[in-house]
Design a protein around this ligand. Structure first.
Ligand SMILES: Cc1cc2nc3c(=O)[nH]c(=O)nc-3n(C[C@H](O)[C@H](O)[C@H](O)COP(=O)(O)O)c2cc1C
Length: 453
């Protein structure tokens, strides 16, 4: 088995994947609006040689029928949420190797505005930036906030394909690699023959313009996607170089992994041209009993109301309003599909009852897998999970910040390294090179290459 790709999951808010862990006395995530909170975390993760820090984001927030949900506000779940783009430069200034993957939605800003910020950040990070392309969780509230209607689920992905194309046209097509001259004596900044306008006209987006940022180390940031609905998987096959998947039942994850690799093949790409990274919580301590105590403490910070608020924000479904003794009647949503599909009948297994869905969501959260035990036991569970699913690694979810990460770094990483399952150091100059051993620009079989000048 190859060494795992390992990234850290955070967002600019009081954290916790299962429950409101920010309330724990040792947790520092309520400091999410202090720059030092982030610079210290970035340095810690780099010292541990982790591949990247991922910052989730959404303009949306949990709401039902146009009203805020009290539990969301009271427990700090889904609200508040700061803008992650603003913290990247500060973290880049105190690190040199770790990557930063940042979420923006294809339903909010004009693609050219988003592309320009990523191009600038690719310079400021020396090629360490990745873009988590989402069509937006909590879509209904995000749309209302922007004064727009919610766009239907599959149409959002059709639009996202074009949004990515406009971005690629700008990144790949505006400047030739050798356009910058920077000759002070001659007073020539760039060669006009090697800089051009790009023209793109689609059904939803158009541009007639240029990216006014010179080519950055990767040109196109590492392209990442998170959304495992059928339409989401097709989007991933076409565009993504890494996909964040929810964990949970290994058989379901294995199907998603295989489906996304097949979607890449359908687009003329190699099956391993996409890294499949599974969201998972690692709860460990020197002994199993101590780890179990940490796990129980975590569950005690997770309420039905808080879990239902997050579920509602994601899917639009209020689990607390449904008959607990029946399965979900709704099989489709125009909001996030993945967390609805997760609880439908499949492969002969009957659909869970609403009370079981709520309990599962309360205890595993939005991303599913929770590994609990001594360091060796957790390493066994992680290894078995990758063997069963064909994934490439994990996105390590927050429980206690920084405690859960310290446990991972101090207790689990050494075991993984002994087994050859974690890298001992960084190699390569940019995020793409560190993840794939190739780059720094998009690989030739990615459709974005057709936009090259
Ligand atoms: C590990 C992981 C991280 C995610 N991060 C985000 C995020 O930061 N912002 C977001 O809007 N959606 C995020 N998503 C995706 C949403 O959960 C949701 O699936 C998606 O926005 C809707 O797409 P779908 O209908 O294809 O599921 C993430 C999903 C996973 C599994």
């Amino acid at each position: 088995m190859k060494p795992f790709t390992l990234g850290i999951f955070q967002y600019i808010g009081p954290n916790g994947t299962v429950g409101s862990a920010w309330q724990h006395p040792s947790d520092t995530s309520a400091d999410f609006l202090k720059i030092s909170h982030w610079t210290e975390l970035a340095q810690k993760f780099e010292a541990a040689k982790l591949d990247f820090l991922f910052l989730a984001d959404s303009y949306g927030f949990p709401a039902l029928n146009g009203e805020l949900i009290d539990a969301s506000v009271r427990e700090g779940r889904g609200i508040p949420h700061g803008d992650p783009m603003t913290i990247i430069s500060a973290m880049a200034a105190v690190t040199t190797e770790i990557g930063f993957i940042l979420t923006t939605s294809t339903t909010v800003e004009a693609p050219a505005a988003n592309a320009r910020r990523f191009a600038t950040l690719d310079h400021f990070t020396d090629g360490r930036i990745g873009w988590n392309i989402v069509t937006g969780s909590s879509g209904a509230t995000a749309a209302a906030l922007m004064g727009k209607e919610l766009i239907s689920h599959d149409l959002r992905y059709d639009m996202a394909d074009e949004y990515v194309d406009v971005s690629l046209a700008l990144w790949e097509g505006s400047w030739r690699d050798d356009a910058l001259v920077l000759d002070k004596a001659a007073g020539v900044y760039a060669d006009p023959e090697k800089v051009r306008l790009v023209h793109y006209e689609g059904d939803y987006f158009r541009t007639d313009g240029m990216l006014n940022v010179p080519p950055s180390p990767q040109r196109t940031p590492l392209l990442v996607q998170a959304g495992a609905s059928g339409r989401g998987r097709r989007f991933a096959g076409r565009n993504a170089e890494a996909v964040f998947l929810a964990g949970g039942d290994p058989a379901v994850v294995a199907k998603n992994v295989a489906g996304i690799r097949q979607a890449a093949v359908d687009e003329g790409r190699e099956p391993d041209s996409i890294k499949l990274l599974v969201g998972a919580l690692f709860i460990t301590a020197p002994t199993r009993d101590e780890a179990k105590a940490k796990y129980d403490e975590m569950l005690a910070m997770s309420t039905n109301e808080g879990a239902a608020a997050i579920y509602a924000g994601n899917t639009g479904i209020d689990l607390l309003a449904l008959d607990p003794d029946r399965p979900l009647e709704q099989t489709n949503t125009e909001m996030g599909q993945s967390n609805l599909e997760r609880y439908l009948a499949k492969d002969g297994t009957p659909a869970p009852l609403v009370r079981d869905i709520l309990e599962n969501f309360r205890t595993t959260g939005i991303n599913g897998s929770v590994f609990v035990g001594s360091p060796d036991e957790v390493a066994d569970q992680a290894e078995a999970f990758i063997a069963a699913t064909g994934g490439d690694g994990f996105l390590i979810q927050p429980h206690l910040t920084p405690g859960t990460y310290d446990d991972f770094i101090d207790l689990i990483l050494p075991v993984l390294r002994d087994r050859g399952l974690a890298k001992a150091d960084y190699s390569g100059d940019t995020l793409r090179q560190r993840m794939f051993g190739a780059g720094p620009q998009l690989p030739d079989n990615h459709h974005g290459r057709r936009f090259r000048f």
